[in-house]
Design a protein around this ligand. Structure first.
Ligand code: ADP
Length: 384
């Protein structure tokens, strides 16, 4: 097992006359046995990063180390890495058994009986023991994915690299496989780098998440750290579903001033925002409170009348879309998440509360976070 270090790694593709900077000076250290998820929108450089780690792509600048060993110029087959792709990449003419054993047969001198023993062991771990004699065409998508994972696991590598391995599965199977993969990784203790564009996979599976945008690393941290303390607007918007609400406005005399509302800041936020003029107020949908009549007026400076435009019942919760009275610009809507048992009627007028300890403030010019919501993560964890 090993740690993995990306040290100022850059990849520039020469595309005709044009240079494309796919990965821009990325540094991150992945600890031994850690599960790191690289997440970002399509085209942000995730696969290129993974392919450089795998040795399938040259590195333009910087260094990649597996443990203490620099692997920039080490051939893929000598890196002791196993990859799992979205496309499974199984050999169609070989049985599941041979698909799993093939790599071992090629790369080791293990006797056939030892290889078969390992294949059986891994197949049992993956729940596919009774499918080993089928060819990929006779297996469902989920079963093929298990074979592809089995093929990676059987090699007992120093590092797993996974590129969107669950994208081809239906939603229910994907959720099941998320849990299984995570358990498997813990059990095997193999350092893992997992690429996805899906923030839910990043949040639920990882020890830490690295968020990338346009080839640049935006933030690396534990899921809840990114969720509650995003470094910038990009991370704040990317992590969390539904997305954080953002309002553009200005900072005037200790208040956030928006076209449709004003939000007075207390001394803490005032201190943090000091100096900025063009700012963005952020509030997560689950922190927007749709007030019961009895609670209206408890914090009048931070309460607003809004129209309920759409209610999406999810069962456990309602996603409530709200607009400021007199506006029909949907980009200025606010989304709130309420309990599924709470009745909120479409077309009604509601009073909503934005508690001051839950707001985020960003500098609109740089995108940097100026103030994060107030939360003592340690205290929260201890209470659990
Ligand atoms: P992601 O995996 O996040 O979707 P990629 O790593 O595949 O993104 O691509 C990052 C950027 O590099 C994109 O702008 C893409 O168009 C560009 N790119 C990827 N491969 C090549 C290539 N072989 N030649 C030129 N540009 C490439």
């Amino acid at each position: 097992m090993s740690s993995l270090t990306l040290d100022h790694v850059t990849k520039v593709y020469q595309d005709d006359e044009e240079e494309v900077v796919a990965v821009d000076d990325v540094s991150v250290e992945i600890e031994d046995e850690e599960f790191l998820v690289l997440v970002g929108p399509s085209g942000c450089g995730k696969s290129t990063t993974l392919r450089m780690i795998a040795g399938l792509e040259t590195i333009t600048e910087g260094e990649i180390r597996l443990g203490d060993r620099v692997i920039n110029d080490v051939d893929t087959q000598d890196r002791d890495i196993a990859m799992v792709f979205q496309s499974y990449a199984l050999y169609p003419h070989l049985s599941a058994r041979r698909n799993i054993s093939f790599g071992l047969e090629q790369s080791t001198d293990l006797p056939d009986s030892d290889i078969q023993e390992r294949v059986e062991e891994v197949a049992s771990m993956m729940g596919i023991s009774d499918l080993l004699d089928r060819k990929p065409g006779q297996l469902s998508g989920g079963q093929q994915q298990r074979v592809a994972l089995g093929r990676a696991i059987v090699r007992d590598p120093e590092l797993f690299l996974m590129d969107e391995p669950l994208s081809n599965l239906d939603a229910k199977l994907r959720a099941e496989m998320r849990t299984e993969l995570q358990q498997l990784q813990r059990q095997l203790g193999v350092t893992t780098v997992y690429v996805t564009h899906d923030q839910t996979e990043a949040m639920t599976m990882s020890d830490r998440i690295a968020v990338i945008d346009q080839g640049e690393l935006q933030q690396v941290g534990e899921p809840l750290e990114l969720y509650h303390e995003p470094n910038n607007l990009f991370v704040a918007e990317f992590i969390g579903e539904p997305s954080m609400n953002f309002f553009n406005g200005s900072y005037e005399g200790s208040s956030f001033v928006h076209d449709h509302f004003e939000y007075p800041f207390g001394p803490q936020i005032d201190d943090d925002v000091d100096g900025a003029s063009d700012i963005v107020l952020g509030i997560r949908p689950e922190e927007v409170v749709v007030l019961d009549d009895a609670a209206v007026g408890d914090d009048p400076d931070h309460e607003y009348e809004m129209d309920v435009t759409v209610v999406e019942p999810m069962g456990d919760q309602n996603v409530v879309h709200l607009s400021f009275p007199g506006t029909d610009d949907m980009s200025e809507d606010m989304v709130a998440v309420t309990s599924g048992l709470r009745e909120v009627a479409e077309g009604s007028r509601a009073t909503i509360h934005i508690p001051e300890d839950t707001v985020h403030v960003f500098d609109n010019r740089t995108g940097d976070a100026l103030h994060d919501r107030q939360l003592d993560l340690t205290a929260q964890t201890l209470q659990l």
